[in-house]
Design a protein around this ligand. Structure first.
Ligand code: FMN
Ligand code: ADP
Length: 322
């Protein structure tokens, strides 16, 4: 898959293509349907498929300080898109100047002049151009002039997550913020994951008998609500069942909010400085301040047992693809 960081990275001799445009944060199941259809249509037409996305998130430029928490960093989105068979991802720097482009100018500058769009695949709520004034009706209208077709894919509505609301990044962010990881997984099609470098903490975990890798997450990461979670810690290509703690460690009167993962039954790991991923399967309990340290230790032992059971059950039901 090709990755372009701006319009100037598109090869000069790039021919016609099938394009889909969006933030696609999280590449959730609704996104997967649209992107999957773009890949399929591209194959039918015998041309490559291109996903166009933005960095930073457009809302940050339109309303500074409003950058939403992200479900997946761009490199992870690219990995997921490559997995869907996408041929190229174009990440457009979303500048103040870019945000001023009218819907018609956006179409001409990006879709027509650069990507030579033959087909554009979007969800019904796609908006683009200055003040988000462009919609799929306008996009279709200009297709007659510029020789591209437009296909609109229905929004995916979930069974239960978020009470049956249409799948969206906003809904997924809300579920993550509430600690509803099962709901988030249902929309994403996989457990939510955060990543970053393992940094030093209070060096207390080892004394408690549960060393925890403290993960310095990337800016704007969607971090689940404070609490204890079952999930996995992936380091150096190995995915290990884990008990995860998110919070300020009230037991020790901490103030910094951390994401820490104890790889269950693993001893002697040295993870400092490694880039790791933490996946959240299920909420186990809230962050508490116990009366005694022994009470915390007893609770942690119970958490670990529960996390082991939950991750084992998940892996039994979802055997990894070979
Ligand atoms: C399974 C699990 C449950 C935890 N529960 C709590 C808790 O209820 N209250 C709390 O203050 N800290 C809790 N923690 C966080 C620990 O306080 C923290 O991991 C420990 O202080 C080590 O911190 P360090 O990695 O900075 O050394 C929990 C950690 C784990 C792994
Ligand atoms: N089973 C394990 N799970 C997580 N980290 C482990 C494990 N075993 C050893 N480690 C190492 O120990 C470190 C955590 O120990 P801890 O005492 O909590 O120190 P810190 O406060 O610096 O996180 C991790 O960063 C990792 O390098």
């Amino acid at each position: 898959m090709q990755r372009w960081r701006g319009l100037e990275d598109i090869p000069q001799d790039w021919g016609r293509s099938v394009v889909t445009i969006g933030s696609y944060d999280g590449v959730h199941r609704g996104h997967q349907l649209i992107i999957g259809r773009a890949v399929e249509r591209a194959r039918e037409l015998g041309v490559p498929s291109v996903v166009v996305t933005f960095d930073p998130h457009p809302s940050e430029v339109v309303r500074p300080g409003s950058h939403p928490p992200l479900l997946a960093p761009h490199h992870r989105r690219a990995e997921l898109m490559a997995g869907l068979g996408v041929d190229a991802v174009l990440v457009l720097p979303f500048t103040a100047e870019f945000s001023q482009l009218s819907p018609a100018d956006f179409i001409v500058k990006v879709l027509v002049d650069k990507l030579h769009a033959k087909a554009v695949i979007e969800g019904p709520n796609f908006r683009f151009g200055h003040r988000a004034a462009g919609n799929v009706a306008f996009l279709s209208e200009l297709g007659a002039t510029y020789d591209y077709e437009v296909e609109v894919i229905d929004l995916f509505v979930s069974g239960t997550a978020g009470g049956g609301l249409p799948f969206s990044s906003t809904l997924t962010r809300r579920l993550v913020a509430e600690g509803d990881m099962a709901g988030a997984s249902e929309i994403l099609g996989r457990p939510h994951r955060v990543e970053g470098i393992v940094v030093r903490g209070a060096q207390r975990g080892r004394e408690l008998g549960f060393p925890t890798a403290n993960v310095e997450t990337l800016p704007h990461t969607a971090i689940p609500a404070d609490g204890v979670y079952a999930g996995w810690l992936t380091a150096a290509g190995e995915r290990m069942p884990a008990a995860i703690s998110v919070g300020t460690n009230p037991q020790f009167d901490g103030t910094e909010r951390t994401v820490e993962a104890y790889a269950i039954d693993r001893e002697g790991l040295d993870l400092y400085g490694l880039h790791v991923a933490v996946e959240f399967l299920e909420y186990v309990r809230g962050m508490l301040k116990f009366d005694t340290l022994d009470d915390l230790l007893e609770a942690m032992a119970g958490d670990v047992k529960r996390c082991r059971e939950l991750t084992e059950a998940y892996d039994r039901e979802n055997p990894p693809a070979v």
